[in-house]
Design a protein around this ligand. Structure first.
Ligand SMILES: Cc1cc2nc3c(=O)[nH]c(=O)nc-3n(C[C@H](O)[C@H](O)[C@H](O)COP(=O)(O)OP(=O)(O)OC[C@H]3O[C@@H](n4cnc5c(N)ncnc54)[C@H](O)[C@@H]3O)c2cc1C
Length: 380
């Protein structure tokens, strides 16, 4: 008899995992706390290694077409008068790995993956907030806020940074900690200043105590995002804020990058919406499972976004987890324990490096004065 799997979370990892499982004959069902149509967040970068995972599902070319490949990369220092620190042709570098690196709207990516899962007959239930997990024998039961329950052979937590499944797997461990950094960003119709640039040019600017990025996410729109230190915690609900609100206007005009050159000013001024979110971390654990319950993506290993690894590491988790579950057939307590342990042995060292690297990069991005100048001259 085919096994049933409950997946909590229909962000990025959830639908990809569901489709990979379905591909192998396992029956997944997804529960998501948000509404089906929510538009939230900014953008994600999808790397060549992730396209290899999406290609198993026949979705790689379609995701490439949803965004803009990164062809060219320029880094500037605002403190050193806007000078170019480094300029690279990245397109050919990535293509040597078989696929491009693509920037795309996170909402677009998430909706596309969810629709693809539904199109393959995977049930997706929205407005379902997981509040408790019970495990008895070889069955797992999930309890939702609306009082309903569901039961399956396995449960996978793809429920992100504040994962409720993680509370069951690792009870009593630390909550997500605010890292003292926030990001504010938005989408802007491509400003005139960039219309003659090489297609797919991404830019970053190191400034005094702040960092700015501007990159195309399709033919007509660019993402911008600035990082800086802020002592007051800003929760990440990823909600898009209207730029007509007086608080948004105040937020934008107060940004250090609002007056910077190399297109930062134009990108900020042309925003169609903005979002503000704090950056969070959780202690890296080397166990991500308990019995028949296992964690994937941010639920297991949230990362700050500076190296663009969150979605990519999440999808690599999906690939390895499903590969190991296939190897573990028939799925009994012992074979599952072996599969989940091997999954952790493969993934923990790799994601630990990605998470630590992203944290370090975040610290570099908000350096001020002399430390900043020393850093950019040493690194570039
Ligand atoms: C709305 C949203 C917007 C984002 N925007 C960006 C962005 O612009 N840039 C960026 O770098 N990262 C963004 N992220 C984070 C990014 O998607 C992840 O870091 C990364 O893709 C890993 O994906 P994941 O599937 O593990 O987690 P996520 O993408 O965070 O997905 C987790 C999913 O689980 C759901 N969920 C959480 N708790 C429960 C519960 N108790 N019951 C049921 N469902 C639950 C969430 O609603 C979400 O859909 C965003 C996350 C969210 C949720």
């Amino acid at each position: 008899m085919s096994k049933s799997v409950i997946i909590i979370g229909c962000g990025i990892a959830g639908p990809v995992l569901a489709m990979l499982l379905k591909h192998t004959g396992i029956e997944p069902v997804i529960y998501e706390c948000k509404t089906e149509t929510e538009q939230a967040g900014l953008a994600l970068g999808v790397t060549p290694q992730t396209f290899k995972v999406l290609n198993i599902l026949g979705l790689a070319e379609k995701v490439v077409a949803l965004g803009q490949s990164v062809e060219h990369f320029i880094s500037y220092s605002e403190l050193l008068g806007g000078t170019v620190l480094v300029e690279r042709d990245t397109g050919s570098l990535f293509r040597r790995l078989g696929w491009p690196m693509v920037m795309l709207s996170r909402a677009r990516d998430s909706h596309f993956l969810c629709d693809s899962a539904k199109g393959r007959g995977i049930p997706v239930h929205f407005n379902k907030t997981l509040i408790a997990v019970r495990q008895a024998g070889d069955r797992v039961t999930t309890v939702f806020e609306d009082g309903t329950t569901s039961e399956a052979d396995l449960l996978v937590g793809c429920d992100g940074l504040h994962s409720a499944v993680r509370d069951f797997v690792l009870p009593g461990t630390d909550a997500a900690q605010y890292m003292g950094l926030v990001q504010i960003g938005g989408f802007t119709p491509t400003p005139d200043i960039f219309k003659a640039s090489k297609p797919g040019t991404s830019r970053q600017i190191f400034g005094d105590g702040a960092h700015f990025m501007g990159m195309p996410i399709n033919d007509s729109q660019m993402l911008w995002v600035t990082t800086f230190a802020e002592p007051d915690e800003a929760r990440e609900n990823w909600r898009r804020l209207s730029i007509n609100d007086s608080s948004s206007k105040e937020m934008l005009s107060g940004l250090r990058a609002a007056g910077w050159g190399n297109g930062a000013k134009e990108l900020i001024q042309g925003s169609t919406f903005i979002t503000k979110y704090g950056l969070y971390e959780r202690t890296m654990r080397d166990v991500w499972h308990k019995g028949r319950v296992v964690l994937v993506g941010d639920a297991a290993h949230p990362t700050s976004p500076h190296l663009g690894q969150g979605a990519n590491q999440a999808m690599e988790d999906c690939y390895h987890l499903v590969r190991l579950l296939c190897k573990a057939e028939p799925l009994e307590d012992e074979s599952l324990e072996a599969a989940f342990t091997e999954y952790e042995h493969i993934r923990v060292p790799i994601v630990s490096l990605a998470v630590a690297g992203a944290k370090k990069e975040g610290e570099n991005r908000v350096m001020s004065g002399e430390r900043h100048a020393k850093h950019v001259t040493r690194e570039y």
